[in-house]
Design a protein around this ligand. Structure first.
Ligand SMILES: Cc1cc2nc3c(=O)[nH]c(=O)nc-3n(C[C@H](O)[C@H](O)[C@H](O)COP(=O)(O)O)c2cc1C
Length: 181
């Protein structure tokens, strides 16, 4: 869940994703809220080498390391992802490598610009990003810009995206087994 804003729409969107994903039999899913990790503005010297100074980083590292893939649920803030999400991403490096990711975004244009930008960050982290993207627009998927009322067509899009995410996440396990960092 990429937003930490008080009153965030992200909670309803992430819950929708989680509710659909957790019905699948081919993978297990967990919903992460950045709020729970209490990450301050980036305060580690050498994240790329996993030499962490702080307990908040160790806790975050252990959590992220345990997954084969990720679904980032993010709003668009000034045509990018929220600073809190980018900050959390930058804390780690090896934990993200050779994993897969999918995106669910929301905003006036469905958060399209934020995710296009974010995909470039994924390249540096050696995360393989699936082609599809579920995009919710305020005009069609939220009442009064706040009550999340997703059109049912998004369910099919999410299912297709998760099919690919699960396949790629599994396949990349073999790459991680052989990889030299
Ligand atoms: C700092 C900030 C910047 C924003 N910039 C954009 C933007 O560039 N494009 C857009 O579609 N919406 C933008 N919005 C509107 C957000 O998409 C909208 O407020 C959304 O609900 C934010 O997600 P959240 O409620 O989960 O925090 C912005 C909102 C904030 C707070």
């Amino acid at each position: 869940m990429g937003s930490t804003r008080p009153g965030r729409n992200g909670e309803a969107v992430a819950k929708w994703v989680y509710d659909h994903a957790s019905k699948r039999a081919d993978a297990s899913f967990e919903l992460l809220d950045l709020h729970d990790y209490h990450l301050p503005l980036f305060d580690e010297g050498l994240p790329a080498f996993r030499q962490y100074q702080h307990d908040h980083t160790r806790t975050w590292s252990e959590k992220i390391d345990g997954f084969d893939g990720y679904v980032f649920v993010t709003p668009e803030y000034n045509h990018g992802v929220p600073g809190a999400l980018k900050n959390a991403i930058d804390y780690l490096y090896q934990e993200w490598n050779n994993k897969a990711a999918a995106f669910v975004s929301y905003g006036h244009e469905g958060g399209a610009r934020a995710v296009e930008h974010f995909r470039a960050t994924m390249v540096e982290l050696q995360i393989a990003t699936v082609r599809g993207q579920v995009m919710f627009r305020f005009e069609t998927d939220f009442e009064n810009w706040t009550n999340f009322r997703p059109s049912s067509r998004h369910e099919e899009a999410l299912a297709g995206q998760l099919d690919q995410l699960v396949t790629w996440s599994r396949a990349l396990r073999t790459v991680r087994d052989q990889s030299v960092q």
